[in-house]
Design a protein around this ligand. Structure first.
Ligand SMILES: [Mg+2]
Length: 97
């Protein structure tokens, strides 16, 4: 329930702040998520633990907003994937990473 609420709130806040005044492409949404991942990398390289945590939160907020904008039930998909992952083989059958 909480993740669904966060998706709704993240998207409502983004709309109120004008980020959806014009149509936004999925590719742009994904690029913005990626930009937060890059910020997290930089925070890990030369920032504080607090800054790193803040960037991880930014990643989640962008993902929540994207899911909220598309009416995706992210909570359902996360729970489903986490359950599937429990049954995958060790290192998913031999992957290096
Ligand atoms: Mg950021």
């Amino acid at each position: 329930m909480l993740i669904s609420k966060l998706c709704h709130e993240a998207h409502e806040t983004a709309k109120k702040k004008g980020w959806y005044d014009q149509p936004i492409e999925t590719a742009t949404q994904l690029a913005l998520i990626h930009s937060e991942v890059s910020e997290a990398l930089e925070a890990d390289r030369k920032g504080t633990e607090e800054e790193f945590a803040e960037e991880l939160a930014d990643i989640c907020i962008r993902v929540f907003d994207t899911a909220g904008s598309k009416g995706i039930d992210l909570q359902h998909h996360i729970l489903r994937k986490m359950e599937l992952n429990k049954h995958r083989p060790y290192k998913h059958g031999g992957k290096k990473y």
